[in-house]
Design a protein around this ligand. Structure first.
Ligand code: ADP
Ligand code: SF4
Length: 700
C-alpha cells in the first residue's frame, strides 16, 4: 500500500500536447548500447517503463553524419534507415503506458567524425575537444541552414519512430547548440555571434523549427545546462542561463535543466551527495510556467516530494537511480521502499559508455542483460527442483548469489568468517567519501533477512573439512581476494624482492587500521590506477603524515577518467598537499629511502619513506577451493556435487563484477552457463544501395 504522502509523485503532468502518467522521468542517459545494440537498448528502456517511469528517454541521438562520435554507441537518426531501431524502443516503452522521448543532438566540435571522415562543424574554426588531431571548420550561412534542416528532418523521423517528446539539446559542452551559446566557442562576428541575442539566435530558430515540424503532436523539450561550474569562464546559472530561460521562458513545452560538463552533471558520491544540483536549478521554475525536470541522484521519495512541494521541480529526473533500480517508481507506488535498490553513485555505469560497451551497474547486475541474457531484475524463476546451496563468504558476490538463489526458492546457507557482512564493501565504505557503497551490502541483507529458506551465519570461517561435513551438494566459494604486498602488478610483472625488507602495508592492512598511530613519510605506490590508492592517500593525510603518491601512470588514477572522477581526484590530492610523482616505478628500498625509476629513462630518484602503501593487484583467496579440489575423491561420499569459485575469489575485479558473478551463479551455473545472445544492428542487408546522406549546402 502506498503511503499517501507520496501521492503527489503519481499525479499526471501535462507536457505540451502529451501527458505523462506520473512525475518519474528517466532523463536522457547513455547506455553504451544505442544504435549498435538496438534490441538490448529497447529492452533496457522498456523495462524502465514497466518499472513505472512515466517518461523514458533515449541517450543523445546523432542527427547527422557530421555528428559522428564513433566509437561511442549513441542513438542515431542519420537517415530513415535508423528509424526501425528506435521504433523498437518506442514500442517497448509504449507497451507499458509511458511516453518515449528522444534527445536529438548534433555534437559540433565534440565530434571528430572518426568513422565518416567528414569535417567537424563548429561556430568558429577551432580544434575539436577530444585529443584527436582534428579541427572543425566555421559554419557558413549555408551550413547553418543545412544544420537547421537536419534537425527538422531528424525531428520528423523521431515522430515517425513513435516518440512523444523531442528534445532540443544544449548541454554537457557536447552540442553545437551549446557551442553557439558559449562565448568561448563562438567567436563569430555575424548575426550568430557576439551579443547574447546573436548567440541565442540559432537556439531560438531550432526550437521554433522543431515546434513547427512536430509540435502539433509531440512535446518539444529543451535540455539546457544552467551552470558549467567554471565561474565567469563559463555559463552561470545566475547570469546567462537565467537570461536564456527568461528569453525563451514558455517557448518549449518542458525545461530539462542540468549542469555541464558531464563530469559536473554526473558527479560520484565520493564528491557530491544527493541533490547537489539544487542550488543551480532552483531558479528555473521562477522564470517559466512550463514544467521543469532536473536530476540529483534522488532515490528517496521524501526528497522527491519535497522538490515538488517546494516548487523546485515538476518532474523528478533520474538517470543513475533508474539504472540501479528500474522499478523504483513501482516500489514507491506499492509501498515497498525497503526493496528500492539505491544507486551508490560509483559511475561504473558511466564507465561502460566511456569504454564503448553496454553499461554495467554495481547495484543492478541485470543492467544491459535484459535482452542479451533475458534477465529481469524483479523476476527470478527456478527451472528445476529445489536445491540446497552453501555460500562461503558474505561479500558482494556471496550475498548476491544467496539472494538470487533464495528468490528462486532454493535452500540457502551463507557462512561468513567475519563478524560483519559485506566483505570488501563494508571495509571500503569506511574510506573517505565511499559511505554510500555500503548500500551494496545493505540492500542484499535487507532482501535476505527474514526469508525462511535462508540461514545466515557470521563468525563462521569454514575449512574444507567443514564443507565436506555439511554435505551440501552445491557450494559457491565467494571468499574474496587479498591485496599483494610484493609490488607485482602492471608495471612490475614479477614480485619485487627488495620489498621483503621494506615497511610495506597493503590496502587491506590500511583498511584494518594499520596506519593509525604511525606518522612520518608515507609513500603510496599506485599501479592499480583506479580509486583505491587515492582514497588511501586521503586516509594517510588525515592521519597527519607527509604523503607522496607515486605511479607509473602519467596522472593519478587514470581509469577514473571513465567514471568522470580523474580530474577531481587529482585536484583533491593536490589540495591536500600530496606530492605527486607520476611516471615512476619502484627500484629499491634502503635506510628509509625509496628508490624510484623513471618509466622512460630509468633515471633514479629517492623519496623519504617510513611506510610504503603498495596498491598494485590482488590475489584470489582460493586456498579453500584448492583444498577442496585436493579432496575431490571424497566429494561423492560427502554429497558434494559442485564447487564453484565466484567473484573476487575466482578473479579479482570491480565490486560490480563480483555482484554480476554472484547473480549469474544464482541464475544457474555462472555467466558461462547463462545464454548470451549477440545483438546485431538492424542492418539494412535487405535493402540495396547506400544511404543518401546529404550535408552542407547540398541539403537545401
Ligand atoms: P567478493 O567481492 O568476491 O564478494 P569479498 O572480499 O568482498 O569478495 O568477500 C569475501 C568474504 O568472504 C569476506 O567477507 C571474507 O571474510 C569471507 N571469507 C573468506 N574466506 C572465508 C571462509 N573460509 N569461510 C567463510 N567466509 C570466508
Ligand atoms: Fe548508480 Fe553505480 Fe549503478 Fe551507476 S553503476 S547506476 S552510479 S550504482
Amino acid at each position: 500500500m502506498r503511503d499517501a504522502r507520496y501521492d503527489v509523485l503519481f499525479e499526471p503532468v501535462r507536457i505540451g500536447p502529451v501527458t505523462t502518467r506520473n512525475r518519474f522521468y528517466q532523463v536522457p542517459h547513455c547506455t553504451g548500447m544505442g544504435h549498435r545494440y538496438p534490441r538490448s537498448e529497447a529492452a533496457h528502456r522498456g523495462l524502465k517503463a514497466e518499472g513505472g517511469w512515466g517518461v523514458v528517454c533515449t541517450q543523445e541521438a546523432e542527427i547527422h553524419a557530421t555528428s559522428d562520435i564513433t566509437p561511442a554507441n549513441e542513438a542515431r537518426l542519420w537517415d530513415d534507415k535508423d528509424i526501425p531501431a528506435l521504433q523498437l524502443m518506442t514500442e517497448a516503452v509504449h507497451a507499458h503506458g509511458s511516453l518515449a522521448a528522444i534527445q536529438l543532438a548534433h555534437n559540433g566540435l565534440h565530434a571528430s567524425n572518426r568513422y565518416t571522415r567528414l569535417t567537424p562543424l563548429a561556430p568558429s574554426a577551432v580544434v575539436v575537444d577530444s585529443d584527436d588531431p582534428v579541427q572543425a571548420r566555421a559554419m557558413d550561412k549555408a551550413d547553418i541552414r543545412a544544420f537547421r534542416q537536419w534537425h527538422v528532418q531528424a525531428a520528423k523521423r523521431a515522430k515517425r519512430a513513435g516518440f512523444d517528446i523531442v528534445y532540443v539539446y544544449a548541454g554537457h559542452d557536447m552540442t553545437l547548440l551549446q557551442h553557439f551559446l558559449l562565448e568561448r566557442h563562438n567567436q563569430r562576428s555575424d548575426e550568430y555571434g557576439g551579443s547574447f541575442e546573436n548567440r541565442l539566435r540559432l537556439f531560438r530558430e531550432v526550437l521554433a523549427d522543431t515546434r513547427e515540424a512536430v509540435g502539433d503532436s509531440c512535446a518539444v523539450a529543451v535540455r539546457l545546462a544552467v551552470d558549467e561550474l567554471l565561474g565567469a569562464e563559463g555559463l552561470r546559472h545566475d547570469v546567462e542561463a537565467r537570461d536564456i530561460i527568461t528569453a525563451l521562458a514558455d517557448e518549449p513545452d518542458l525545461w530539462d535543466v542540468n549542469l555541464s560538463d558531464w563530469s559536473n552533471d554526473s558527479q560520484t558520491s565520493r564528491f557530491a551527495k544527493e541533490g547537489y544540483q539544487e542550488d543551480y536549478t532552483r531558479f528555473v521554475k521562477r522564470v517559466t510556467r512550463k514544467p521543469v525536470v532536473g536530476v540529483g541522484r534522488y532515490t528517496s521519495p521524501d526528497s522527491m516530494v519535497r522538490l515538488v512541494r517546494q516548487g523546485h521541480l515538476d518532474l523528478i529526473g533520474g538517470a543513475r537511480p533508474s539504472i540501479a533500480d528500474p522499478f523504483l517508481p513501482k516500489k514507491i507506488a506499492e509501498g515497498r521502499l525497503e526493496d528500492i535498490r539505491e544507486c551508490i553513485g560509483c559511475n561504473i555505469c558511466v564507465s561502460g559508455d566511456n569504454t564503448c560497451v553496454p553499461m554495467r551497474c554495481t547495484q543492478n547486475p541485470t543492467t544491459s542483460e535484459e535482452w542479451r541474457r533475458g534477465w529481469h531484475p524483479e523476476v527470478i524463476t527456478r527451472a528445476g527442483p529445489v536445491e540446497q546451496h552453501l555460500i562461503v563468504g558474505g561479500g558482494p558476490a556471496g550475498l548476491e548469489a544467496a539472494h538470487v538463489l533464495a528468490k528462486a526458492g532454493h535452500e540457502v546457507i551463507v557462512a561468513e568468517a567475519r563478524r560483519a557482512w559485506g566483505g570488501r564493501v563494508s571495509l571500503e565504505s569506511r574510506l573517505p567519501g565511499l559511505a554510500e557503497w555500503a548500500r551494496v551490502r545493505d540492500w542484499r541483507m535487507g532482501q535476505l533477512q527474514g526469508l525462511a529458506n535462508v540461514q545466515l551465519y557470521l563468525d563462521s570461517p569454514l575449512e574444507a573439512a567443514d564443507i565436506l561435513d555439511y554435505g551440501i551438494a552445491h557450494v559457491a566459494l565467494a571468499t574474496g581476494a587479498s591485496w599483494r604486498r610484493d609490488g607485482a602488478g602492471r608495471m612490475h610483472r614479477k614480485p619485487l624482492g627488495f620489498l621483503a625488507d621494506a615497511p610495506v602495508l597493503t590496502p587491506d592492512d590500511v583498511m584494518g587500521g594499520a596506519l593509525a598511530g604511525r606518522t612520518g613519510d608515507v609513500v603510496i605506490f599506485d599501479d592499480d590506477r583506479f580509486y583505491m590508492a587515492s582514497v588511501l592517500a586521503e586516509v594517510a593525510v588525515a592521519q597527519g603524515n607527509r604523503v607522496s603518491f607515486v605511479t607509473p601512470a602519467a596522472v593519478v588514477a587514470p581509469w577514473a577518467d571513465h567514471t568522470l572522477e580523474q580530474a577531481r581526484i587529482q585536484r583533491r590530492l593536490m589540495a591536500l598537499g600530496v606530492t605527486i610523482v607520476p611516471l615512476h616505478g619502484l627500484a629499491g628500498y634502503g635506510a628509509g629511502q625509496l628508490e624510484l625509476a623513471c618509466v622512460y629513462s630509468g633515471a633514479r630518484r629517492f623519496l623519504a619513506c617510513d611506510t610504503l602503501v603498495s596498491v598494485t593487484a590482488r590475489r584470489p583467496n582460493d586456498g579453500l577451493f584448492q583444498a577442496l579440489a585436493a579432496r575431490a575423491g571424497d566429494w561423492a561420499d560427502a554429497g558434494l556435487a559442485r564447487v564453484t569459485p565466484i567473484g573476487d575469489c575466482h578473479a579479482p575485479g570491480l565490486i560490480a563484477a563480483a555482484v554480476y558473478a554472484g547473480h549469474a551463479y544464482g541464475r544457474g551455473g555462472g555467466a558461462e552457463a547463462n545464454p548470451l545472445r549477440e545483438d546485431r544492428m538492424l542492418a539494412d542487408e535487405a535493402q540495396t544501395g547506400g544511404s543518401a546522406l546529404v550535408f552542407g549546402a547540398n541539403a537545401l
